[in-house]
Design a protein around this ligand. Structure first.
Ligand SMILES: O=C(O)CCC(=O)C(=O)O
Ligand SMILES: [Fe+2]
Length: 268
């Protein structure tokens, strides 16, 4: 299932896109259980499942209904370069509005569309693992701000009730939905409003040639992933010119090699 023309139009116009209900009920339950244990009872999990993207959540690395969108809006060569999970209780939040405007997160991670193709530098995918309503306080967006020609105006940067931009919006979706957004879109993770927690996994994908987040995945988590999933964390390079013709850093080449993923032994 590739991206429809309507989905492309929508993503380009607004900077985000929802694919509802891409996960099955048993998949959702397994990932929710894993995140519950990660946050509240880590020791009950084997070491390789004590963080995303290990264990049940590894399903999300390369879910086909996500990868086909990424290949359309980033390009054929994509890496997964950062991931985290949330168990957000009422009143907790991730932060203020950020991104948006002409400067973009950095030009190399910028949002472009040329000759009918979208080239988004960095794309976040939020996997919502509970039903979400617009009032709950999931990720909020200023639609269109990813290609705004003027810097974000202070009048549109508040999350305070009564002071919010008329353009600020969020989404409603069933559990198991994926929300894609370019990191250049002005967005925020506001205070969670619901009595039951927001349970979600947020992955950041980027072009194979770039690297924004320093890798922080635990080596034991990475080592336990199948080679095909490890390939999403391969080193950020395109071509090796020591061979003729040049060797390209494809998934197939990585899978057949004994090469490690990106270095993971950094201390903060
Ligand atoms: O937690 C959220 O809802 C948004 C977090 C955020 O800013 C991001 O994922 O880039
Ligand atoms: Fe963000």
């Amino acid at each position: 299932m590739s991206m429809t023309e309507e989905e492309k139009f929508r993503f380009d116009l607004t900077g985000y896109l929802i694919r509802p209900s891409i996960l099955e009920a048993d998949e959702i339950a397994a990932i929710v259980d894993q995140i519950d244990r990660i946050k509240h009872d880590k020791e009950s999990l084997p070491p390789e499942q004590r963080a995303v993207p290990g264990g049940a959540s590894s399903l999300l690395i390369d879910h086909p209904k996500v990868t086909d969108v990424l290949h359309e809006i980033i390009g054929p060569n994509v890496r997964l370069e950062g991931t985290f999970c949330v168990w957000r209780s009422k009143g907790e939040w991730a932060g203020d509005l950020h991104g948006g405007g002409p400067q973009q997160i950095d030009p190399i991670f910028g949002y472009r569309c040329a000759h009918g193709r979208i080239h988004a530098g960095m794309v976040r995918v939020a996997f919502e693992l509970t039903d979400v309503s617009k009032e709950d306080g999931a990720t909020h967006f200023i639609p269109g701000s990813h290609k705004s020609n003027f810097p974000m105006h202070p009048d549109h940067m508040s999350l305070e009730p009564g002071k919010r931009s008329e353009f600020l919006t969020s989404y409603e979706c069933p559990a198991g939905s994926a929300i894609f957004f370019t990191e250049n879109l002005c967005h925020a993770g506001p205070h969670w409003q619901r009595d039951t927690p927001r349970v979600a996994v947020l992955n950041a994908y980027a072009h194979l040639a770039t690297h924004w987040h320093r890798p922080t995945i635990a080596p034991e988590v990475m080592a336990a992933l199948p080679r095909q999933k490890q390939a999403w964390f391969r080193e950020p390079w395109i071509a090796d010119f020591r061979t003729a013709p040049a060797t390209h850093n494809t998934v197939e080449r990585f899978v057949e090699s004994a090469e490690p993923t990106v270095r993971l032994d950094h201390k903060p």
